[in-house]
Design a protein around this ligand. Structure first.
Ligand code: PXP
Length: 236
């Protein structure tokens, strides 16, 4: 399994003081040098962490793959077509939420998502849909034209160590198997940490995990280089 590191929280810290430090682009380079195989950045409508200039700089300097997380809006589509990241991951976005709270409703918005994806794919950008691990959403994702799904591991992460863990884990496993049967590639992420990540290795064929908060949190104590190395060792 590959490890994508989400650097949004480095930008959150930078923005807390309005200056330039810590620089998320510099952080991305350290992540790459220590085992990250892609860098994820979420350009939110309100620009609360990653800013447009960060994306431009990331695209220029990183040597691995840039994965742009974004909402299904025409503004974001234009930005993606201009920046041309390696991949985009389409996520739902609510202004008031602290972080992405649930998966994208592909079932309810299939036509809109199909139309949205087409120019991105024509520009050579891989498209991933961040969805909850349910049969309906995987079925709809398979019809959408996206090449990837990213399974929302938030419920599994919350349930980890509780009686609900097994059920939430099975949902991820079943959704992965179903997605593979349609020829979709499968990534996963949200809420994964140094304790709960090991079970992702028990699911055959997950391509990449996207992890942010736990790595940046651990970096406060051990440094971002070591924090990424430790997670990369758990993921591989
Ligand atoms: N994947 C997606 C689609 C996300 O929205 C997020 C959170 O920004 C992550 C992965 C990473 O989640 P976390 O920061 O909890 O590791």
């Amino acid at each position: 399994m590959l490890l994508g590191v989400n650097i949004d929280h480095v930008a959150t810290l930078r923005n807390a003081r309005g200056g330039e430090h810590p620089d998320p682009v510099q952080a991305a380079l350290v992540c790459e040098a220590n085992g990250a195989t892609s860098i994820t950045a979420h350009l939110r409508e309100d620009r609360r962490h990653i800013k447009d200039k960060d994306l431009i700089a990331l695209k220029k300097v990183i040597k691995t793959n840039l994965n742009l997380e974004m909402a299904v809006t025409s503004e974001m589509q234009q930005i993606a077509l201009k920046i041309k990241p390696h991949s985009v991951c389409l996520v739902p976005e609510k202004r008031q939420e602290v972080t992405t709270e649930g998966g994208l409703d592909v079932v309810g918005r299939l036509n809109k998502i199909c139309d949205f994806i087409t120019p991105l794919k024509e520009a050579g950008i891989l498209v991933s849909l961040f969805i909850d691990p349910t049969k309906d959403q995987v079925d709809a994702a398979a019809k959408s034209g996206a090449q990837f799904i990213e399974l929302h591991t938030g419920q599994y992460s919350l349930a980890f160590g509780t009686p609900d863990e097994a059920e939430e884990f099975e949902k991820l496993k079943d959704a992965t198997e179903l997605a593979h049967s349609y020829g979709l590639k499968v990534n996963a992420g949200h809420g994964l940490n140094y304790e709960n990540v090991y079970r992702m290795r028990q699911i055959y064929g997950i391509h990449e995990l996207n992890i942010g908060h736990s790595i940046i949190s651990r970096a406060v104590f051990v440094g971002i280089d070591k924090a990424v190395q430790e997670m990369a060792a758990l993921v591989k």
